[in-house]
Design a protein around this ligand. Structure first.
Ligand code: ADP
Length: 443
């Protein structure tokens, strides 16, 4: 049974129970009020009036009497039956009073029930006579009849239809979400989104949660696929070299020196592979978002200064590193990632810098964040390559990769900048040098 049907069945049942309970309550608690027959009403009214008559100081007092109420007309007559006061419908026959007698009389607007009560006050007495049309029905009962026969079924129909409608509207987006999720699952198309724009707020939130889940999944699958393809592609060359070297060693190496030379080649390739896998894993994890990199708002000036002091170039080639750091700049960053970015940029600046040249690290407050740049006066980058340098494994001169480069350094820098909500850019002139800038906006 669908939730929609369950919900509707539930409040229909509750509605029926409520109706039944209301009716029972009215009938049981207010039983006297719903006495429907006109005779009972007449007798009750006349008796009530009879009880209210008082005789004081030789006079009758009947101010409290109700002469007309709910179809019952009453009037007072003296002991001889002469009319004194009250409401008497026209055209009724003048019958002699008879204590406690309930009679049916014709006249006026139709047949009436007539009832007399004698109020005896010892010295004297008076008659109270009441009449009610034989067709009269109690107001309460009439209302209940209408309610039962017309209003309640109408109310029931309105409630059930309204409830079904609301349930339908509420659950329709859910069906949309299920449909979209199934379609994504069937087509294996993680780029599709539910994107629910209308509907109850809870459903829109659910749709947003699903969409962000799909976005994460898509990112994660994409990163995984990229990792697999990159790893298999990039590891192919060193593996081939290792296998070839092993083959060569088996066939040609005769002396210990020959073997050591072959092992050296294998070791170098092994180290290259290890570095590559590590960098690739770091990059993939950052893209996948599987590893947590907590952000902190801190003094980025001091942090960048210490990064520059701690950095040890593989080969400084007589290059001088200077810093131009604005003090006490605050930014939101992850220390280990920012350090990796600074190191990558410095590594490149030393690698592609001019022997005996200069590297300048600059930090400035920008907006509520910071802008960090690393400038060198080295070989520079051709304008047509400036877009490509951010791609994985791209190298202007792959032969330089042998000194430790894998072509992943700048991809990592770009990912780190994006992780911080910023950007990594380059400004370079071939033969004059390059300036790489990372922005760290306030998050
Ligand atoms: P790697 O340095 O390991 O080759 P990167 O991703 O760090 O890989 O850099 C990609 C390419 O961008 C480099 O191979 C080089 O051609 C170019 N490049 C990076 N930094 C500089 C720089 N400071 N000056 C000139 N070229 C650079």
């Amino acid at each position: 049974m669908s939730a929609k049907l369950r919900l509707t069945a539930w409040f229909t049942l509750m509605m029926l129970l409520l109706c039944a309970a209301t009716l029972t309550f009215v009938f049981v608690v207010n039983g006297s009020a719903v006495a429907d027959d006109p005779q009972s009403q007449l007798i009750a009214r006349v008796d009530r009036n009879a009880r209210k008559v008082e005789f004081e100081n030789g006079r009758f007092e009947w101010e409290d009497l109700k002469f007309y109420r709910r179809g019952v007309s009453c009037w007072v007559c003296d002991a001889d039956g002469a009319f004194l006061q009250g409401v008497r419908p026209d055209g009724l026959p003048e019958l002699p009073p008879e204590d406690g007698a309930l009679r049916t009389v014709s006249g006026g607007d139709g047949p009436y029930y007539m009832y007399d009560v004698y109020v005896d006050m010892d010295v004297t007495g008076l008659w109270i006579r009441g009449v009610i049309s034989t067709e009269s029905r109690s107001g309460v009962m009439h209302t209940i009849n209408i309610l039962t026969a017309v209003l309640l079924p109408c109310l029931l129909v309105v409630t059930v239809t309204g409830g079904w409608g609301i349930a339908h509207l509420t659950f329709r987006p859910m069906e949309q979400i299920i449909g979209a999720a199934d379609a994504i699952n069937d087509d294996r198309d993680l780029s599709a989104r539910i994107g629910l724009k209308k509907g109850p707020i809870e459903m829109r939130r659910l749709s947003r949660s699903f969409d962000s889940l799909f976005a994460r999944l898509e990112k994660s699958f994409h990163a995984e696929r990229q990792f697999t393809s990159d790893a298999s592609h990039e590891l192919r060359t060193p593996i081939t070299v290792i296998l070839a070297e092993c083959d060569r060693a088996k066939r040609k190496c005769e002396t210990k020196e020959d073997f050591l030379q072959s092992i050296g080649v294998i070791e170098e390739q092994g180290q290259h592979m290890s570095q590559l896998v590590q960098e690739l894993l770091g990059l993939t994890r950052l893209q996948q978002g599987t590893t947590r990199y907590p952000l902190q708002r801190a003094d980025v000036s001091g942090f960048v200064t210490s990064c520059c002091e701690d950095f040890l170039p593989a080969d400084d080639r007589g290059i001088t590193l200077t810093t131009d750091i604005q003090p006490e700049v605050q930014a939101t960053f992850n220390p280990s990632l920012l350090q990796r970015a600074v190191y990558n940029l410095l590594q490149n600046a030393y690698k592609y810098g001019k022997p005996g040249g200069h590297i300048t690290v600059t930090l400035r407050a920008a907006g509520h964040g910071a802008a960090l740049s690393v400038a060198d006066d080295g070989i520079g980058i051709a304008p047509e390559d400036q877009e490509k340098i951010w791609q994985r494994f791209w190298q202007a001169d792959p032969s330089r990769g042998e000194d430790g480069g894998s072509g992943l350094g700048l991809s990592m820098v770009q990912e780190i900048a994006a992780f911080h909500g910023g950007r990594a850019t380059v400004d370079s002139t071939p033969g004059q040098g390059s300036t790489f800038t990372i922005t760290l906006p306030r998050r």
